[in-house]
Write a protein that binds this ligand. Structure first.
Ligand SMILES: CC(C)(COP(=O)(O)OP(=O)(O)OC[C@H]1O[C@@H](n2cnc3c(N)ncnc32)[C@H](O)[C@@H]1O)[C@@H](O)C(=O)NCCC(=O)NCCS
Ligand SMILES: Nc1ncnc2c1ncn2[C@@H]1O[C@H](COP(=O)(O)OP(=O)(O)OP(=O)(O)O)[C@@H](O)[C@H]1O
Length: 292
């Protein structure tokens, strides 16, 4: 310990993971220019969302992520009891989010993904590599939550039935392949190529968009919208990514097409936040974490 760390207040593991989760959500919201999504320039394809609301919503979720991490610390292992704790805390978090936003869905998918990952991180702080945390989150997501509402007619459930794709639930149960196989490798490649942090994050978002069956896009714009998103994102990356001149031209075309279709890749945005969370986590937790 040096003089600086001695002066800093002790943080609990839950405090620290909640800080990291909220930071990742704010970094995702601020990242610009994101096609169709809320960013620093405006509301994208949304009429009921704006950047201030995304920030307020992210901050309102801090106690939810802290409580999920603490539940994991207390249970100490992946059990149905922990799955049901996480489900209950997540539903309470959703109620608080809707209270803060006046009923607008700002972060439903993020509560699910980041909540599972916060709990998974807290379960074993000696194994914080992205793939290790994602596997624990998947094992938790595979357990059934007996208290969850029996039938869901959410937008995601409707399009999963209609198009036979997998949505937010299955993405988690598979161990977040869009994060582990697409976003994090692209983030590393673009950083290594000198893209700059914002450019590397945009490229990571695009990498997710090339493959994901984003149920937000499917609900608003059908298969045509999903194809437009996947092929358009692929074209940007093929042209050299978001920091190259040719890539930026393709990115503008993708944004124009997505706005015309009213398509917004909210699922891809949530998974980018998950990738930023795991990326930060693998570099270690702050030194001043106490045992409380
Ligand atoms: C599994 C969840 C996300 C519901 O998913 P479902 O697809 O039914 O709902 P919905 O249409 O609201 O979509 C959820 C969000 O997931 C994100 N998303 C969309 N597509 C994807 C995808 N392919 N992969 C990952 N995330 C995606 C989007 O942000 C979307 O808004 C979760 O909210 C849930 O289980 N709700 C039930 C109530 C509950 O128990 N909540 C607490 C859980 S911690
Ligand atoms: N920067 C962002 N901009 C917009 N959406 C985002 C952003 N980041 C994450 N999201 C995710 O996108 C989802 C919001 O999408 P959407 O508005 O399509 O959902 P909905 O309210 O269920 O549907 P609709 O508005 O089509 O009736 C949220 O669940 C949120 O997790």
């Amino acid at each position: 310990m040096n003089a600086l760390t001695a002066l800093q207040p002790q943080l609990s593991l839950g405090d620290c993971l909640a800080d990291m989760a909220v930071d990742a959500l704010i970094d995702e919201a601020d990242l610009s220019p994101k096609p169709g999504l809320v960013d620093r320039r405006g509301s994208g394809a949304h009429t009921d969302l704006h950047l201030g609301l995304m920030h307020a919503s992210a901050l309102s979720l801090w106690p939810c992520f802290k409580a999920m991490a603490e539940a994991a610390q207390q249970r100490g292992e992946i059990t149905q009891a922990l799955r049901e704790d996480v489900g209950r805390i997540g539903r309470d978090g959703e109620v608080e989010m809707l209270r803060v936003t006046g009923g607008v869905n700002t972060h439903r998918g993020a509560i699910w993904a980041m909540g599972l990952l916060s709990a998974a991180a807290a379960l074993d702080t000696r194994a914080l590599a992205p793939a290790q945390v994602a596997v624990r989150a998947a094992r938790l997501a595979l357990l059934s939550d007996r208290a969850a509402p029996a039938s869901s007619d959410s937008h995601g459930a409707q399009v999963c039935r209609l198009y036979g794709v997998h949505g937010a639930r299955e993405e988690a149960q598979l161990g977040f392949p869009a994060v582990i196989q697409q976003a994090l490798p692209q983030l590393a490649r673009s950083r290594a190529a000198g893209a700059g942090e914002q450019g590397a994050r945009l490229d990571a978002l695009l990498a997710i968009m090339t493959q994901l069956a984003d149920t937000c896009v499917l609900y608003r714009a059908g298969i045509a919208g999903l194809t437009c998103m996947q092929q358009g994102a692929q074209a940007v990356l093929k042209a050299g990514g978001s920091t190259s001149l040719a890539g930026r031209r393709r990115l503008r075309e993708l944004e124009r097409d997505m706005l015309r279709l009213r398509a917004s890749p909210g699922g891809a945005a949530d998974l980018l936040a998950a990738a930023l969370f795991l990326d930060r986590l693998q570099h270690g937790l702050p030194a001043q974490i106490g045992s409380h």
